[in-house]
Design a protein around this ligand. Structure first.
Ligand code: C2E
Ligand code: MG
Ligand code: MG
Length: 254
């Protein structure tokens, strides 16, 4: 699927597409390369808006519109519900009980009073083990650490759901969030991975959060890994969870 040309996304069209059930999720594998044979340990769900001509509007263009028009709150719930159903389906076919699934969540969701409860309801309804679900929050968005947000985050932790800081290193608040929130995972941004293994600055910048994550006992996932040398460098430097085109593009089926 190719991306549509950059025509502005209209909230009305997006809402209609969502209501018609036109939005889809694609799943990209996350691979543990520390073993003799790389092993898929989880997937990240990524939203897609297909168009009649076979192209699609990329999420970078429609998610901000969904956030502006209030649709993001319903969209997130749909994403979490869909990934849990998919996880339940895959596990019923005999997949590893430890297989994880990550969903991207808009920051404003955490400010909704019943968010943690609604995630708990979905997990109960689908029978998914909460420890298999990770909610990713992008580092670029501002997470307002107000009382409701913190209550939701701690309630999700209590249930067993993991929280990941996505695009780590691209925002200004990485270290602040790591200090204040119960985060289990950081995802190192693709923009740093692309310079590996040869660009010394990128290598130095990657080493710092990998070491920090290890000190704090966090999982660390490198995004956007396209080359075998990048995966090798990451593994040798302490990051063995890899996501990127090298091991699989996002696809409609797991
Ligand atoms: P993200 O969560 O950081 O997702 C990773 C993005 O990098 C995805 O782009 C994925 O297709 C792309 N990617 C993965 N591996 C490679 C690689 O090796 N090379 C290259 N060039 N790209 C790679 P995508 O699907 O276009 O999503 C962009 C962003 O949109 C996501 O970044 C996420 O922040 C947001 N997003 C996607 N789906 C959702 C959603 O359902 N809800 C919310 N709130 N945000 C979403
Ligand atoms: Mg993500
Ligand atoms: Mg990312």
């Amino acid at each position: 699927m190719s991306a549509t040309p950059s025509i502005p996304v209209k909230a009305r069209d997006l809402t209609r597409a969502f209501e018609n059930g036109d939005l889809l999720l694609h799943y990209q594998p996350q691979v543990d390369v520390s073993r003799r044979w790389p092993k898929i340990v989880g997937y990240e769900a990524l939203s897609r808006w297909p168009q009649p001509d076979g192209s699609f509007v990329p999420p970078d263009r429609f998610i901000p519109v969904a956030e502006d028009c209030g649709l993001a709150l319903i969209l997130d719930t749909w994403v979490i519900d869909t990934v849990c159903k998919e996880l339940a389906r895959v596990k019923a076919t005999g997949a590893s009980r430890r297989l994880g699934m990550a969903a991207n969540v808009s920051p404003q969701q955490f400010g909704q009073r019943h968010f943690a409860q609604s995630v708990d309801d979905i997990l109960t309804r689908t029978g998914v083990d909460p420890t298999c679900l990770t909610l990713e929050i992008t580092e670029r968005a501002v997470l307002d650490e107000n009382e409701t947000t913190l209550k939701n985050i701690y309630a999700l932790r209590e249930i067993g759901v993991s929280l990941a800081l996505d695009d780590f290193g691209t925002g200004y608040s990485s270290l602040f969030h790591l200090r204040t929130l119960p985060i289990q995972e950081v995802k190192l941004d693709r923009s740093f991975v692309s310079g590996l293994p040869h660009r010394h600055r990128d290598a130095a910048i990657m080493s710092a959060p990998i070491n920090l994550a290890s000190e704090l006992s966090l999982r660390v996932v490198a995004e956007g890994v396209e080359l075998a040398q990048q995966a090798e460098w990451l593994q040798m430097n302490g990051c063995s969870l890899i996501q990127g085109f090298l091991y699989g593009r996002p696809a409609a089926r797991i």
